[in-house]
Write a protein that binds this ligand. Structure first.
Ligand code: GP9
Ligand code: MN
Length: 619
């Protein structure tokens, strides 16, 4: 008993500081960062998540001896509080959390410097009250000075690690793909805590830093030679056909090609798109090429004609890179460029990445009136999103390049009864069943959008690029999917064919409508759009080619190395005949191996080495 007492007294000062820091962090979550929780478990996580890092941080002082030990308790508490406070100031300005790149290299911090005093408030001193209290205790000699016991310090580190893993386990139950798939900073802070989030951020950043340091300016020459050798001349008839027009890009959430021109219980799933296709150029062999970065990967492919990363999200890991992206290029040609998406701006690190891509404006959730009545699932319903976007569109100077990102057709495909225009499917997969009504709803939303554009006179002077961002139905639902497609099973070949997403180029007034079968992917969007607007792309480093180019080869490589040619599909180390999906000799696919690998490798090289910083624009 006396041992316990002795230990409690030895650790009392340290323990008090830990409790203070945890409490303070939690209060700040609620008051400073307005973090809400949707259930009791999330609230518990918020309380728990400062604990491991607080023990670890302040626990460092236990490695010191005698008087110094207590002083270090105060010093570490103070430093931790400073981190909290910097985040708070940053949050007041950007409603976002600090990351290392924004701290060191973007204009964000300069923006902040100017107004830092305005962001501070007298009440902020409350954050330091506990430090002052600890200091007074120490001064009044209320705290015993104890000999160092190294074991104590090591045990504390171990305790912190154990608590961290318990925390992580609960967090994973809340959000299963927390660290691999989701790079929403608020979500990370919510789940693993603000200090652990900073550690994670530092790790991610250091990883990519190293490769960047090793790269040099000659690296880009090799890449440039490669991409230029693959450059395809535009079709003279299409080049500049939309010169000076507004560009409206519609990134449609989780829309896959298998629903196009298809019915469920005799009802069309996408009646509006089916009609639109008849008045457009429709690409029916167009593949999404995204990986873990999902929507953000598709955005990256579109704007840069570079592949996103095979793991993690390039929007998060390489937002500080130099790019020569479509918004920047169009901006130089006098376009106003914007993104319209009713989600938090920090989701996928968009706020930071959009600056690197050269966007003028991001209309995020704060530009929309979002309430309980007009939201479902991930947020604002698509119809309301488009309706509210009309005014935003009208507020922009012309010509503009505006990218819309829809949201309602997102897993888990929730929809209110009033918005259900067709019935659910009936299979063992709840996900697939619910997919059809939400797709149908988004199709309706697109129709509303086009109607409104026509009413407002915004339609005629625009061209439309409409595509699906990535798959909505994963391989987990193969059984139900095979039932819907009327197949015995979903083979690896079918899985690849299911990665097709619709891609529509709609040019008002252009009457050569067709279905174009060229094998292509999101990487081809940038040169295609540039050429339609009459902008040369020959000097650019890009891995896609103009979809209208007469020289174009039918070819698409997916992020995992699978590829599709005119006649073959290569996946799972197997070559398939495209015609009937049967396995065939590997040698038929072999001629394309180099091309597929080199595309991916060179593209990665550009990103990891930040090679576009050496890119020189030649006029
Ligand atoms: C979120 C939206 C959906 O802002 O883009 O993201 P996803 O999960 O599809 O990447
Ligand atoms: Mn998406």
């Amino acid at each position: 008993m006396s041992k316990v007492k002795a230990l409690t007294s030895r650790l009392s000062f340290f323990g008090l500081a830990v409790i203070f820091l945890c409490l303070k962090t939690y209060i700040l979550y609620k008051v400073g960062f307005s973090i809400y929780s949707e259930n009791a478990r999330q609230e518990f996580l918020l309380m728990l998540n400062p604990l491991s890092s607080s023990i670890l941080l302040i626990g460092l002082s236990l490695f010191f001896t005698n008087k110094l030990r207590n002083v270090m308790v105060i010093v570490t508490s103070f430093l931790a509080t400073l981190v909290l406070y910097f985040n708070l100031l940053f949050y007041r300005f950007f409603t976002d959390f600090l990351t290392l790149p924004v701290l060191f290299q973007t204009s964000n911090v300069q923006d902040l410097q100017g107004s830092i005093t305005e962001l501070m408030s007298f009440a902020d001193l409350l954050l330091f009250v506990d430090i002052i209290f600890l200091f007074i205790l120490l001064m009044k000699k209320k705290i015993p000075t104890v000999q160092r016991k190294k074991r104590e310090a090591i045990i504390m580190v171990a305790v912190a690690v154990v608590i961290f893993f318990i925390n992580l386990d609960i967090a994973h139950k809340e959000r299963s793909e927390l660290l691999t798939r989701s790079f929403d900073r608020e979500l990370l802070v919510k789940n693993i805590g603000i200090f652990n989030y900073h550690t994670y951020d530092a790790y991610i950043q250091s990883q990519s830093r190293a490769q960047r340091v090793l790269a040099n300016s000659s690296d880009i020459i090799e890449v440039k030679n490669y991409t230029q050798a693959n450059y395809k001349e535009p079709d003279p008839e299409m080049f500049g056909i939309a010169k000076g027009k507004n560009v409206i890009v519609l990134s449609v959430e989780s829309l896959q090609s298998f629903v196009i021109n298809e019915t469920l219980n005799g009802e069309e799933i996408t009646p509006f798109l089916n009609d639109l296709i008849k008045e457009s150029i429709y690409f029916d062999n167009f593949y999404h090429q995204t990986a873990q970065g999902k929507t953000s990967d598709s955005e990256f492919l579109l704007e840069n004609s570079l592949f996103a990363r095979s793991s993690g999200a390039v929007f998060f890991t390489h937002a500080g890179n130099e790019y020569h992206a479509l918004p920047e290029i169009l901006g130089e040609k006098g376009y106003f460029t914007s993104v319209l998406h009713a989600n938090n701006k920090s989701f996928w690190n968009r706020d930071v990445m959009y600056q690197s891509l050269g966007y003028d404006r991001f209309f995020d959730i704060n530009s929309y009136d979002v309430n309980e009545d007009n939201s479902i699932g991930w947020g604002l319903k698509d119809v309301d999103f488009f309706e509210q976007s009309i005014e935003l569109l009208k507020s922009q100077p012309e010509p503009y390049y505006s990218k819309f990102i829809t949201l309602t057709n997102h897993f888990p495909f929730e929809l209110g009864e009033e918005d259900r225009l067709i019935d659910e499917y009936n299979s063992n997969s709840r996900t697939l069943n619910r997919y059809f009504p939400t797709v149908r709803y988004t199709d309706k939303a697109l129709e509303v959008f086009f109607d409104r554009l026509k009413e407002e006179g915004l339609y005629e002077d625009s061209i439309f690029i409409i595509y699906g961002d990535h798959y909505g139905i994963s391989e987990n639902h193969n059984r139900a999917m095979s039932m819907f497609l009327g197949k015995d099973e979903i083979t690896p070949f079918d899985t690849i064919q299911l990665q097709r997403v619709p891609m529509i180029v709609h040019i008002p007034g252009y009457d050569k409508h067709e279905i174009n079968h060229t094998v292509s992917g999101q990487i081809d969007l940038k040169p295609t759009i540039m050429h339609l607007l009459g902008i040369e792309s020959k000097k650019d480093i890009q891995f896609g080619s103009d979809l209208f180019s007469p020289e174009r080869e039918s070819f698409a490589v997916l992020r995992n190395g699978s590829f599709i040619t005119e006649d073959y599909v290569f996946t799972n180390e197997t070559c398939f005949n495209k015609e009937d999906g049967t396995k065939t000799e590997r040698s038929y696919c072999e001629p394309y191996f180099d091309r597929a690998n080199q595309d991916l490798e060179y593209s990665d090289k550009v990103i990891y080495g930040d090679l576009l910083r050496y890119y020189e624009k030649e006029e």
